[in-house]
Design a protein around this ligand. Structure first.
Ligand code: A2H
Length: 255
């Protein structure tokens, strides 16, 4: 565990349509008319324009927690405890778990991803490397700037039948978000190719790619999309984060 707390942005991805198994698991457990949100934790709020899907760990069990009247958040028990402690739930720190759902049962659900160029929503897809011990256990996917996400969507598209998904769900084009002098406008695919990363299991090269992408994006990157187009990533990042929080589409979460 890190000594310094990580300050995440927790993004609210509203569920537009449940996969059949998730709908079944929720039946009769939640009041009519409630809104559900998958709540990924990210360190890169300025990249949210580039969301093309949202990952869950297929073998992770998620809770559906009451966060406010008519609002339910999907995440791990561990994240719910942290959020209750941080005063994020309206119910005075009381944790109310309405249902449990296995990650694989969410796969195929359609969610609204704030800021994403895909306004009709993006799909929930499986990612084997999601850690249940970090963030909320939900990871939003930005294949243009995250080498992990880039390697995972390529693998999902290649083995769509094996994963029980529609190939098109993993193949949405990744829009360019950040220009970098060394790695172009989509640094993740550039680095995945350069470091010869063939699958999400190439852990060592992915570590290196992540490090390179993060440094280059943060210190040398310029926004090429959104309200802060033309600004350095370093200055745009807190502005995008504030916009999302002010719009009620995200909140601060630390661990
Ligand atoms: B980041 P740190 Cl564009 N398991 O968000 C695996 N990975 C997880 C996770 C979990 N339980 N929870 C969060 N993450 C990912 C965007 C992004 C991220 C970009 C580029 C790099 C990047 C879009 N995915 O992270 O260990 C989330 O992915 C590179 C490290 O706390 C989150 O930010 O440093 C990041 O890892 C948090 O990792």
């Amino acid at each position: 565990e890190a000594v310094n707390p990580q300050e995440y942005t927790a993004l609210k991805l509203r569920v537009l349509e449940w996969a059949p198994k998730a709908a079944e698991a929720l039946k009769g457990k939640i009041p009519e008319g409630a809104n559900f949100y998958l709540v990924p934790a990210t360190l890169r709020p300025e990249t949210m324009y580039g969301q093309t899907c949202c990952f869950v760990g297929p073998k992770i069990t998620y809770g559906v927690f009451k966060a406010a009247d008519n609002e339910y958040y999907v995440m791990t028990d561990r994240a719910a405890r942290n959020m209750a402690y941080q005063g994020i739930f309206s119910n005075e720190g009381v944790i109310e778990k309405a249902a449990e759902i296995l990650g694989s049962d969410f796969v195929g659900s359609l969610v609204n991803a704030p800021l994403s160029v895909y306004k009709d929503g993006v799909r929930v897809l499986p990612m084997e490397t999601v850690l249940p011990t970090k963030g909320t256990g939900v990871v939003t996917s930005v294949p243009s700037d995250s080498p992990d996400d880039c390697a995972t969507v390529a693998d999902l598209a290649k083995k769509a039948d094996y994963y029980g998904i529609q190939k098109e769900w993993a193949e949405l084009e990744a829009p360019a978000i950040i220009h970098t002098p060394s790695y172009g406008d989509r640094c993740a695919p550039f680095l995945v190719k350069k470091l010869k990363i063939a699958s999400p299991k190439d852990t060592k090269q992915l570590e290196e790619a992540k490090e390179l992408a993060y440094k280059e994006g943060y210190y040398q990157g310029t926004m090429i999309i959104g309200d802060f187009k033309g600004e350095k990533v370093e200055t745009a990042k807190p502005k995008v984060r504030k916009q999302l929080i002010d719009a009620g589409e995200a909140f601060a979460y630390s661990e």
